[in-house]
Design a protein around this ligand. Structure first.
Ligand code: PLP
Length: 477
């Protein structure tokens, strides 16, 4: 079949589900590259859909899939197998270890979080009042280590499960999220997603409330010296939450770094303060670490920077390193209460052994190769290279992010940033680099740069050189 026939079939038979398709037929992928049918390598600076942290077709993952699919692939949803229970135990241990190190490291966030009611074991104590702001029974929950794990398939699904649990446990139904959030395309996840896709699909479940995204580059609340006044922003946000609430607040669902929202990293101290707001109201804090979990930011979990352990943690993309695996983690107490109230989240692929085995191998490789440290080192290299690019090209307005999740924002000059963003993306592809630009109202185009954690120094440098050339070529025209 010719290329023309292929694209004709695409036009005839493929539903357009968002954005435009990359104008290349991809034939295979290995390591940090995807290869077109003609054999042209393209450096994958999006790790597939921000997931393939071990690159493509990592030999250990290939071996696990081959072995596992030939022995135990999929089961009746009520049956358990060793890979599932092993992964549950190991994930709980990894979060506990991360929480302990975050709380003991003496960082400003750690200290404020400690004085904020967290213990070195990662225990989160809610205020113990009988009902929080919702005024309903059952809204007060004391937390604990996130020992309980539910293994699912996608990020949206994990958030769906987390929100259902929070509603059941608190007795509330109102969910608060950032105005530039992305939590997925299923009902509760989409209802808490504000960065795109809200218009035209009819009513959402009532009770979803947006708060402003704390964005230091575009501060909407400033101190007298002009810097970002996130404390006042958060206070005003929760004044508005309280004003809108019908007395049924259940949870805050937030990303530690908003990726699809333009790689926005809330300032240090923000999540401790947000956690306090939740606790005052008997709400649970759900952190969505779809993109930031499993070493991407240079630490096992992004919450480590903030010294804040959530009540519920959702993991997805990076957990399966490109295969469909997601997890919900919570404390034994929250799980117990949910179970007592008949918690139901029964899906076809819950507790599937094939992807659970993959998850175990992902943990093996991350631990063995110390990819948290590698992501921190490579992230510094990437960041320095991006700052160099910013110095050379005035069109680059801001460089931000953490570890191997970085963003560069182009100057917002009306439709200019959109045009340049699209042109740079096209030029990068011609030169052999895949990057993704997010275009949101009120912001310039932001490139999301998230190479695999297994990238070599040379691959990072190659990507930076291409990006530099593409911006230069495009800005001149
Ligand atoms: C932070 C975050 N949460 C959830 C999702 C949804 O994950 P999925 O597409 O696997 O449902 C995404 C996807 O981009 C995401 O970035």
């Amino acid at each position: 079949m010719s290329d023309d026939d292929f694209w004709q079939d695409v036009r005839r038979h493929v539903i357009r589900y968002g954005g435009t398709f990359t104008p290349e037929i991809i034939d295979r992928a290995e390591g940090s590259y995807v290869y077109t049918e003609s054999g042209r390598p393209i450096l994958d600076f999006t790790s597939g859909q921000m997931s393939a942290i071990l690159g493509h077709s990592h030999p250990d993952i290939v071996a696990t899939v081959r072995r596992q699919v030939g022995t135990l692939d999929h089961l009746f949803s009520g049956m358990l197998s060793r890979p599932v229970v092993e992964l549950s135990r190991r994930l709980a241990a990894s979060v506990e270890k991360a929480a302990a190190s975050a709380l003991l490291d003496g960082s400003p966030a750690g200290v404020s979080a400690l004085s904020d009611g967290l213990t070195a074991g990662g225990t989160v104590l809610l205020d113990g009042s009988s009902a929080g702001a919702s005024g309903l029974p059952g809204a007060s929950v004391s937390g604990g280590p996130l020992d309980k794990v539910l293994l699912l398939t996608t990020g949206a699904e994990a958030n769906e499960a987390a929100v259902r649990m929070a509603k059941l446990v608190t007795g509330g139904h109102e969910i608060v999220s950032f105005a530039k959030s992305w939590h997925g395309m299923t009902q509760a996840a989409a209802a808490a997603t504000y960065s795109a896709g809200r218009k035209g699909y009819g009513p959402n479940a009532p009770g979803n409330i947006a708060i402003p995204t704390p964005n230091a580059y575009r501060p909407d609340f400033t101190t007298p010296d002009g810097s970002h006044d996130w404390r006042r922003q958060l206070d005003v946000a929760f004044d508005l939450v309280d004003a809108q609430s019908v007395g049924s607040l259940a949870a805050c669902l937030v990303e530690p770094i908003l990726s699809s929202g333009g790689v926005i990293e809330p300032p240090l101290g923000y999540f401790a303060a947000l956690h306090r707001k939740c606790r005052e109201r008997g709400m649970l804090l759900i952190l969505d670490e779809a993109q930031t979990g499993l070493c991407r930011t240079g630490a096992w979990y992004a919450f480590q920077r903030d010294g804040v352990v959530p009540d519920i943690l959702t993991l997805s993309k990076t957990l399966g390193a490109g295969l469909p695996l997601a997890a919900v983690l919570t404390s034994a107490e929250i799980e117990e209460r949910a179970h007592d109230r008949g918690y139901l989240f029964y899906t076809t692929h819950v507790s599937d052994p094939l992807v659970a085995a993959v998850g175990n191998t992902v943990l093996d490789v991350l631990e063995r190769d110390q990819l948290d440290l590698r992501a921190a080192t490579l992230g510094t290299r990437l960041r320095n290279g991006l700052l160099d690019i910013q110095r050379r090209h005035p069109v680059v307005a801001d460089v931000r992010g953490r570890g191997l999740l970085q963003g560069i924002e182009l100057k917002d000059e009306g439709a200019g940033a959109d045009r340049i963003g699209a042109a740079v993306t096209r030029r990068c592809l011609e030169l052999g680099l895949h990057v993704n630009v997010v275009q949101l109202p009120g912001m310039g185009g932001t490139f999301r740069i998230a190479p695999p954690l297994t990238s070599t120094d040379e691959e990072i440098d190659q990507g930076l050189e291409i990006l530099d050339q593409a911006i230069g070529d495009t800005a001149q025209h």
